[in-house]
Write a protein that binds this ligand. Structure first.
Ligand SMILES: [Zn+2]
Length: 167
């Protein structure tokens, strides 16, 4: 596995969640109570989107006026303590040759209302298995609030897949 010569990422196993997104939106517009779970961006998620999210030109599908930002979360055994963190595009480019495999989850968040949803996910990494880094204290740890429950998008994805099977 190598990074393509043109510098593009070697994205693998990309999953598109647009069907789930559409189903969630339809359920929301029908007023389904269970769908309200989808619209539950907590203050931490919104703050993260405001400060670390990438701007898009898409309007919010719910409130229509809100600004949609995209956040990228990384998950993977080889990431150790860094699994579940938000990463910038620049950081992902660096991580691509530092780790064998990790999954990136792109999430859209509305800065106005509480809409948030998975957009797509894909695997990155150079394919060489590595041991997770040793636990080290970082400045990010001070910033990272373990008591504030950050959405675990890999768990969320499992729920989506189960819902897909039962439909
Ligand atoms: Zn909105």
């Amino acid at each position: 596995m190598s990074v393509a010569k043109n510098g593009m990422w070697s994205k693998r196993d990309e999953i598109d969640y647009s069907l789930d997104r559409r189903n969630t939106l339809q359920a929301l517009f029908r007023g389904s109570a269970s769908a309200m779970d989808a619209c539950d961006a907590d203050p931490y998620l919104k703050r993260a989107a405001k400060h670390h999210g990438d701007a898009t030109t898409r309007p919010c599908p719910i409130c229509r006026r809100g600004e949609i930002r995209e956040l990228r979360y990384v998950f993977g055994d080889q990431l150790g303590q860094y699994s579940g963190r938000i990463k910038s595009v620049k950081e992902l480019t660096e991580m691509q040759s530092e780790y064998g495999e990790f999954r990136v989850y792109t999430v859209e968040v509305c800065l106005d209302c509480d809409w948030n949803h998975l957009i797509y996910s894909y695997l990155l990494g150079d394919g060489r298995t590595r041991k997770p880094p040793r636990k080290a204290h970082t400045l990010e740890d001070d910033d990272f609030k373990p008591d504030r429950k950050v959405k675990s998008w890999h768990v969320h994805e499992q729920v989506l897949r189960e819902q897909g099977r039962s439909r």
